[in-house]
Structures are given as C-alpha cells and as structure tokens.
Design a protein around this ligand. Sequence first.
Ligand SMILES: Cc1cc2nc3c(=O)[nH]c(=O)nc-3n(C[C@H](O)[C@H](O)[C@H](O)COP(=O)(O)OP(=O)(O)OC[C@H]3O[C@@H](n4cnc5c(N)ncnc54)[C@H](O)[C@@H]3O)c2cc1C
Length: 445
Amino acid sequence: METTSARVRQRTIPPVVAARWALWTFVIVNLVIVEALFLTEGTGKNGVLTVAKFFGLHAAVLMLFQLLLVARLPWLDRRIGMDRLTVWHRWVGFTLLWTLLTHAVLVVLGYARLDDAAMTKTFMALAGVPASLLGMGAAAIVVGVAAVSARQVRRRLRYETWHGVHLLLYVALGLAFVHQLRETTTFSSSAPAMTYWWALWLFAFGALVTGRIVMPLWRNAYHRFEVVAVVPEADDVVSVHVTGRHLDRLPARAGQFCIWRFPGHNHWWPANPFSLSAAPDGRTLRLTAKAVGSASTGLRHVPVGTRAFVEGPYGAFTSLHRTRPGALLIAGGVGITPVRALLEEESAGDIVVLYRVRSEDEAVLIDEVRALVAGRGGRLHLLTGRSGEGSPPFEPQSLRALVPDITERDVYVCGPPAMTSAVLGALRGLKVPRIQVHAERFGLA
Ligand SMILES: Cc1cc2nc3c(=O)[nH]c(=O)nc-3n(C[C@H](O)[C@H](O)[C@H](O)COP(=O)(O)OP(=O)(O)OC[C@H]3O[C@@H](n4cnc5c(N)ncnc54)[C@H](O)[C@@H]3O)c2cc1C
C-alpha cells in the first residue's frame, strides 16, 4: 500500500489548487465567449432592453454554473469538497437572484419606454405573453427559494422542508429553459453561436444528470448495499456496518462521507450524510452516528439484512490533500468518525490527535482511536471539559503548547461548527498556511 508520505513527496500542484484553476479557467473562457457574442449580437430594441438582455444572458450563465456546482462531479468533489462547493452554490444563488430581478425590472422598463406606457400596464401586458410568463414563473420560484434560504428563515425550517422547497429550482430551470427557447436570444443569430450555447447547456445538464441520478443508481444496482451489523457504541451512538458486491471497486477513501438511505424501513426515505468511521477495506463500510433527530436515532433499530441506498462517497477530507509528512488531527465529539478512518491510513510516524469531548465516557470510538494512535507511535491528547470551563484548548497559545511544530503539519479538523470555527480561527492566528488546513463541517446547507 502506498503510504501517505510517499504520496506527499510525489505531488507538485496541490489537488485543490488544480481544481480551482480548472474551474476558474472554465468560467473565464466561457465568460469571454459569452461577452464576445453579446458585444456582436446582443443589441435590444432600445438601450434599456440591451442592458436587460445582458442581465438575462448572465442569469442563464449563472444557472449553468449552479448546475455544475451541485452536480457532485467526483473529480471536483474530491478536490474542493462538497461543503465548499455548497457555499459557492449559495453565493452564486444569491447573485443569480439579483441578476434575474434586474433583468425582469429592465425588461418591463424597456418595453414601457418603447410603448410609452406605465410600467404596471406593461407588466400586465407581458404577463399575457406565454414566453414572458414562463420567465416570470422562473423568477418567482427563485425569489421564493432565496427567501427560505436566508439564514434567519432557514434556521427555523426542518432540513427536509427546506430541501423540498429547494427542489422547486429544477422547475424554475425548466421554465427558464423554455423561456429562452421562445425568446430571441443573443445566440439565435448565428449557427456557431447556437451550437456553442446548446453544447454548454447539454454539458451542464449532462453533468447534473450523471452525477445526481445515473451514477447513484448505477452504483446501487452494481454494489447492492446491505446492512450486516448494527453495533451500539454508547447510549446515543450506533455503528452500522454495510456490505455489498465488489466493494473493492467503490472509489471510497478514509475521511469521506456518504449520503445514506435505508428505504422502506422506519419512514426512511430521507437521506442523511454520515462519514465513514473506518477506512474502506473493500468488504464493508461503516458509519457511526450520534442520535440527534429521528433519522439518527432510528438507526439503532435498522434490521440486519436491510437494503441500503448509498450516494457517494463524497468529500475532500482525505489524505489526497496532504502536503506535509506530519499531521495533526483535531476532532470534537462525533467529529471523530472521519478522523478515526484517516488514522488507519497513516503510516508510522509523526501524528498527533487532539480529541475534544465533554467527559471521557462521551469519547466515541476511544478504544479504537487509542489503539490506532499507539500502533503508529503517535500522540493522543484527550481534552475533556465543557466550552466556557477552564482555559479553552483551541486558543492559539494552547494549540502551540500542545503541538509546538503545528505550522509544519497538515491539520485536519472535524467537529461541531462552533469548535471547528474556533480551531480554524486559531490556525489563522498561528499562521498555519491555508493549504495545510483541511476541515469537514457536519452541515452542508
Ligand atoms: C458531511 C457530513 C458528515 C457527517 N458525518 C456524521 C457522522 O459521521 N456521524 C454523525 O453522528 N453525524 C454526522 N453528520 C451529521 C448528520 O448528518 C446529522 O446529525 C443527521 O443527518 C441528523 O439527521 P436527523 O434526522 O437524525 O436529525 P434532524 O433533527 O432531522 O437533523 C438535525 C440537523 O442535521 C442536519 N441534517 C439533517 N439531514 C441532513 C441532510 N440530509 N444533509 C445535511 N444535513 C442534514 C440539519 O442541519 C438538521 O437541522 C454529518 C453531516 C455532514 C454534513
């Protein structure tokens, strides 16, 4: 087996940098083409309508980019991470909202000027034109989804409710697609422009359908995942072991997570992300979950033999991103799961684990962690206590006291959002280079 340090030596460009460059190059090249086409073909019936066209065109480009960000393309996901791609998706989403609204207002204003009519009258007249009505419908859905995605509203909604509303965006996408088919667009004027535009849409749709539908269906049909054991780890923590056919061909790595469903059992269509709590060995996958709501609590009662529907593996919290021979792994509470799996991949040597828990009895998988650290000649610090009690362990000076050569190591962090943010802040304070810092947050939306 190739060791982590051997992989570190071989690499020149960090994978995350390569992926960002690839993504930016794709965006910039397409923007240049779109701007060039707009400059040559984009004139509207008056100045305002020209600007409206500009915004409409860029709204379409943003939609295409959104599709790529949520397509869960393995190459991007493993390098950038689903959490970061989701954050970008959120920002692109809000940019799309404002671009669409600007487009809509300018279209009404432009036609009002053209017809020398009031804006309300023009709006009503446009609503009577099917192509415009489709565009209005798409814009209304985007506004609604943006409203439920605003932080204050999102916090109050159940994940499933928010997610259900979010799926309406696919309806918006369909409406916007037909809207632009029926309107004269910048691209209608020449065959090469048309070909380019449809190829771009086909590529983005193709990526989405492949990543979100074809690949998961194919993987589940091929591997036929099934629960082989359910092992209570503590009163509120359980491990579920899943097997399947040809699991050695599943491209899963320690540190990654899957989205799990146990259909037909206990109202279990909802999908929940859980990290692999052991490095994949080609025969079984293991998740370890803390009970926080109905899905995670119900895992304890899943019968052996239940079929599982597994999406993934996903995530960039892996040794693919190692840049240094030494590693510091920091876990808080159940955030130990991917860290426990990463430990298995480590070769003997320079490894330090900080495991933060309220009390030692709450330290999930602690015996396994102790054995793995000892087997690799590493160092484990079990940091017990509640936040606000005693001296905080994740202040820069405390971290440096525990791990004096911290800036020379890769640092992997996984824990509750507040702890993860505190650690990341401390690492910035200690000037640990960003490329050496790898975090997994147990929250995607
Ligand atoms: C990448 C990742 C890896 C994770 N790994 C682990 C792990 O190894 N062990 C563990 O105990 N927990 C893990 N979690 C957290 C776990 O997913 C949630 O605790 C679980 O989904 C809660 O579901 P519930 O129905 O029991 O509780 P609920 O009360 O329904 O949900 C509690 C909260 O969990 C989050 N959540 C629920 N469903 C989803 C979903 N489908 N996608 C994203 N967030 C959701 C929401 O923020 C929600 O408010 C991980 C989360 C993520 C994003």
